[in-house]
Design a protein around this ligand. Structure first.
Ligand code: HEM
Ligand code: MYR
Length: 413
């Protein structure tokens, strides 16, 4: 069997669905990065995948993904007790309801300020503008200052954070931009951690309880009782601010959904929290963002009678599961109604992973994602704007993808 790494890079979100159409029902077997690989989907597969007896993360992510998207030494690459202890840091910062509300309030304020500015301009590109406004909000909230210096103002920071996401699954200039962006931001945030530690006695706890995400990272102790070295602390600060800015992708997808389904606009504008949340869930289900997650089998294991040899890559096909006709009626129809008055099951809707965030690697940022989307999408629905002619196609062979134009809006008021 030919190694499928190049087809994956070339075909993006269409790669696994195409393979699975060719190989028929059941798990998809292939080769990736020189290893045998098997791709699973469905709620039972989620349970299998998130059991550390079956799948481990430590050496699963390739260097190009770590040097752009997640960072070396990131929580994504830990297993067992080390992972649980590091994960507590994220759960404390990101599952605190008051903290999440405070972040959403900052996003709302930045949206209002940005709208005033847009009304003086003939047209703006929503992707760029939203990435900057979320960057201002999350950096203010997390305690990351904008100062002079390389990559330190809001626009440069937004550009670096989106570049890290944009360049993780490609060769060529986008990838090298992403590496440079990470390098620059890790250096400046490592300095920030050192400053915060020496300024406030935060390492010893003398400074009182941490109040910002940066301070929480600065005082966090790993399972071995040690503080994070400044570079790893910078990696984990980036693992809070970068993905928050990545909600820009979903916001622009939300704009795309409104454009294609104008009948939904009025309800999103005036339908309150519950409808906004249902709409946000459907955006996360319908549009392609995280393709799959991956780990390695620590020993020979078996899934529904399929043998998985030690060292094989196990993929959980998130995009495939979110469009599986066995789970979703008319999966390629955008319909927030499926989530009105009904929260999705834990292992059913998996755009940000499955299982329990506290027990495994499921994304700890789903509350933040939903809060930011529930703040921005109804406001977008209430904004008056025109959508000029542009290329709104969302190429499935680009990873990550978005409407080609970045979604240009004109005559906003
Ligand atoms: C993990 C997707 C937003 C922080 C993950 C994973 C996915 C994901 C697929 C991996 C799950 C796994 O390995 O099993 C997304 C998407 C987002 C998003 C599509 C939308 C923009 C956020 C936000 C935050 C965040 C807003 C924080 C503010 C993290 C962290 C992890 C993670 C720290 C690592 C968890 C671990 O390894 O235990 N995310 N995420 N994400 N996400 Fe998100
Ligand atoms: C973030 O910035 O963390 C949020 C956006 C995440 C996109 C997630 C992509 C998952 C990629 C796994 C790649 C595995 C390659 C073998």
């Amino acid at each position: 069997m030919l190694d499928n790494t190049l087809p994956l890079l070339a075909r993006g979100y269409a790669w696994l669905p195409d393979l699975s159409r060719r190989t028929g029902p059941g798990a998809v077997r292939t080769r990736l990065m020189g290893k045998p690989a098997i791709a699973l989907r469905g709620p039972a597969a989620v349970g299998f995948f998130y059991d550390e007896d079956h799948v481990r993360r430590r050496t699963a992510l390739p260097e190009p993904v770590l040097s752009t998207l997640f960072g070396k030494g990131a929580v994504h690459t830990l297993d067992g007790a080390e992972h649980r202890k590091r994960k507590e840091l994220f759960l404390k910062v990101l599952k605190d309801t008051a903290g999440v509300t405070a972040l959403a309030d900052r996003v709302a304020d930045e949206w209002e300020r940005s709208c005033k500015e847009w009304s003086d301009r003939p047209r703006v590109t929503l992707f760029d503008e939203v990435s900057v406004l979320i960057t201002r909000a999350v950096c203010g909230w997390a305690g990351v200052p904008f100062t002079d210096g390389p990559g330190a103002d809001a626009r440069m920071t937004a550009r670096d954070l989106t570049a890290m996401v944009d360049g993780f699954a490609t060769a060529g200039p986008r990838h090298w931009r992403a590496r440079r962006a990470r390098q620059r931001q890790e250096e400046r945030l490592a300095r920030l951690v050192e400053d915060v530690r020496s300024a406030s006695g935060k390492t010893t706890g003398q400074g009182g309880p941490p109040v910002t995400a940066v301070e929480a990272v600065a005082v966090h102790r790993d399972a071995d009782g040690e503080l994070l070295d400044p570079r790893t602390a910078a990696v984990e600060i980036l693992n809070i601010i970068r993905p928050t800015v990545a909600v820009t992708w979903y916001t622009v997808f939300g704009a795309h959904a409104l454009h294609r389904n104008p009948a939904l606009r009025q309800r999103l504008a005036t339908g309150g929290e519950d409808y906004a949340r249902a709409f946000a869930h459907e955006v996360r289900r319908f549009y392609p963002f995280a393709p799959f997650v991956a780990g390695l089998a620590p020993r020979d294991v078996e899934w529904h009678g399929e043998h998985i040899p030690e060292g094989a890559l196990v993929l959980l096909d998130l995009y495939g599961q979110n469009h599986d006709p066995a789970l979703w009626e008319s999966p390629y129809t955008f319909d927030p109604e499926r989530f009105v008055g009904r929260e999705p099951g834990r292992d059913e809707l998996v755009p940000q992973g499955g299982g329990e965030a506290s027990q495994g690697h499921r994304c700890p940022g789903e509350d933040v994602t939903l809060a930011v989307l529930s703040t921005l999408l109804p406001r977008l629905a209430r904004l008056d704007y025109r959508v000029p002619d542009q290329d709104l196609r969302i190429p499935l062979n680009r990873m990550p993808t978005k409407p080609r134009s970045g979604f240009v809006i004109a005559e906003t008021h």
